[in-house]
Design a binder for this molecule. Structure first.
Ligand code: ATP
Length: 406
């Protein structure tokens, strides 16, 4: 903490009784000037002190607010199972799945219906109902009726695009052909490969091409954020798709719900198991489901439970690797389509230098290059900017790598 500035000494004046009138006047004038100067210094110090007082006051207010928030106890989320004929309401607490018979104020009771989400306190008394926006279904699923993604926006994945089109587009657009040939169309497609390589883009582009609704759910959120609700949300997911046919269900990070079974029997594992069983049930009953296609993605193919890869489930596996040199050049071109580039920019050379970068990293590299030009107040992005951006991204990656212990 900074120390208070030292206060200037108080000016003193000792007049010699032997002084003449003029000398005395001169000494008084000088003394007056010294006092005026000290006064000015003190004024400045006062202003600084007031600024600091304000800063401290803000800090105190902030701490008081935090303290207040810490003192109010948290509420638990539960779902109303049944509004009984007498005073009671049966609720099921999320996470523990415990069913509790509790009482509720008459005016709140009138608003409640089975299936509503509510907040309960430590003694399970219902404090408030949760509004539609906090509904888990709305939070857990992202619905896009017309995703704006085209195959031309994806660089270096021609084989993967062809495979996805065969596995998803044809069953959705030309299902009769499968009937005529007498084979079942693929049920689910699993895209696997490192992060940021275009898996989500592929799923969105095929939804766009088939005019299908794109419904995305992240597997990791299902098990981390919506504890106790995973199986119900999977059921809801397929219901929502049926309401919005043709639809593409995209489950990102599927490994979070479909990792190899472990021996441990903790409640968390049981919950993940239930969610996965529900997913398999939904996929097994897929034949009757009209125009719905399911695509899943994972960065951890090695961790997947082989049960989900059986025929009739995720029976089309498509690897989406990091781009090769030609792919990187295409991705550079795609992400700089709207940029103002200098003549010296050479994407072939950049693609060779940007060895091992993913599509997502190339995208952020191009933005970073633009930032270098902006910082220099230039409107054109030069080769030098791209090289500096590449250096920055490579340095950041090296810094983020774990240190190996000897
Ligand atoms: P994750 O596994 O982390 O979910 P992902 O493989 O689904 O990643 P995307 O979300 O599809 O990756 O890609 C992230 C971003 O990276 C995209 O928005 C896009 O800008 C860029 N990108 C990735 N791959 C490509 C590519 N092949 N062509 C063009 N852009 C790409």
């Amino acid at each position: 903490m900074s120390r208070s500035p030292s206060i200037p000494d108080r000016p003193r004046l000792d007049l010699d009784p032997e002084m003449s009138e003029d000398e005395r006047l001169e000494a008084l004038r000088e003394h007056f000037l010294t006092i005026a100067q000290v006064n000015e210094e003190l004024d400045e110090q006062l202003a600084i002190a007031e600024d600091r007082r304000e800063e401290f006051q803000e800090e105190v207010d902030q701490l008081e607010r935090e303290n207040g928030a810490l003192k109010t106890s948290s509420l638990y989320v539960a779902t109303v199972e049944e509004v009984t004929d007498n005073e009671g309401v049966v609720v099921k607490q999320h996470g523990t799945n415990q069913e509790i018979l509790t009482e509720v104020a008459p005016q709140l009771r009138e608003e409640l219906e089975a299936g509503d989400r509510v907040a309960v306190n430590d003694s399970f008394s219902i404090q408030t109902t949760l509004s539609a926006e906090t509904d888990a279904r709305a939070q857990a699923m992202q619905v896009d009726h017309s995703p704006q993604m085209a195959y031309e926006d994806i660089g270096g994945l021609d084989d993967q695009i062809r495979e996805v089109r065969e596995a998803v587009e044809m069953p959705l657009l030309e299902s009769d052909q499968f009937d005529e040939v007498g084979i079942d169309p693929p049920t689910g497609v699993l895209l696997h490969g490192p992060p940021g390589t275009g898996k989500t883009m592929l799923a969105k582009a095929v939804a766009n091409q088939t005019d299908a609704t794109f419904i995305k759910m992240a597997g990791s959120e299902l098990v981390r954020k919506f504890i106790g609700e995973g199986a119900r949300l999977v059921r809801d997911l397929f219901e929502l798709a049926a309401e919005n046919e043709p639809a593409i269900i995209f489950i990102d990070e599927i490994d979070a719900v479909a990792a190899t079974r472990t021996e441990s029997k903790t409640s968390g594992d049981a919950e993940v198991q239930r969610t996965m069983m529900q997913l398999l049930n939904e996929m097994d009953g897929f034949d009757e489901r009209g125009d719905i296609c399911i695509i899943a993605a994972t960065n951890r193919f090695d961790m997947l439970d082989r049960a989900i890869l059986r025929p009739g489930r995720f029976d089309r596996l498509i690897e989406v690797p990091k781009p090769d040199e030609v792919g990187r050049e295409l991705i550079f071109k795609i992400h700089t389509r709207d940029m103002n580039l200098a003549e010296d920019v050479d994407f072939e050379a950049l693609a060779a230098e940007a060895d091992d970068l993913s599509g997502a990293e190339i995208e952020s590299l191009t933005t970073e290059a633009g930032m270098f030009a902006v910082r220099d107040e230039r409107t054109e992005i030069s080769m030098e900017d791209f090289r500096s951006a590449l250096q920055k991204i490579t340095d950041e990656e090296t810094a983020a790598e774990p240190v190996a212990f000897q």
